[in-house]
Design a protein around this ligand. Structure first.
Ligand code: FES
Length: 103
């Protein structure tokens, strides 16, 4: 399945993902800039910040309590559809997911 990362400069990177994979890991494998995932997905760095595009918000769902706290520590201020990509697990329902990468 594919995940499209929309970059701030208008370009896109399409990453491959398998069910069960975290969106953060797909971003790292595809070399998406700005997503560094410094803590390895342990919810302690907020360097995996993405903005879920409108069409996908419902399917992706809302952040959990800890993630919500960490979203206040992102380098780029959080927005309505901010998520930490290490906390989004790919499922068949998310095939074709599109997220924006904050600058
Ligand atoms: Fe550190 Fe997501 S990789 S919070």
């Amino acid at each position: 399945m594919k995940i499209t990362f929309e970059l701030a400069d208008g370009s896109e990177i399409v990453a491959d993902a398998e069910p069960g994979m975290r969106v953060k890991d797909a971003a790292l494998a595809a070399g998406v800039p700005q997503i560094t995932g410094d803590c390895g997905g342990n919810l302690s760095c907020a360097t995996c910040h993405v903005l879920v595009t409108d069409d996908w918000v419902e399917k992706v769902g809302q952040p959990g309590e800890m993630e919500d706290v960490m979203l206040d520590m992102t380098a780029v201020a959080r927005q309505d559809h901010s998520r930490l990509s290490c906390q989004i697990e790919m499922t068949e329902a998310l095939a074709g997911l599109r997220v924006r990468v904050p600058e």
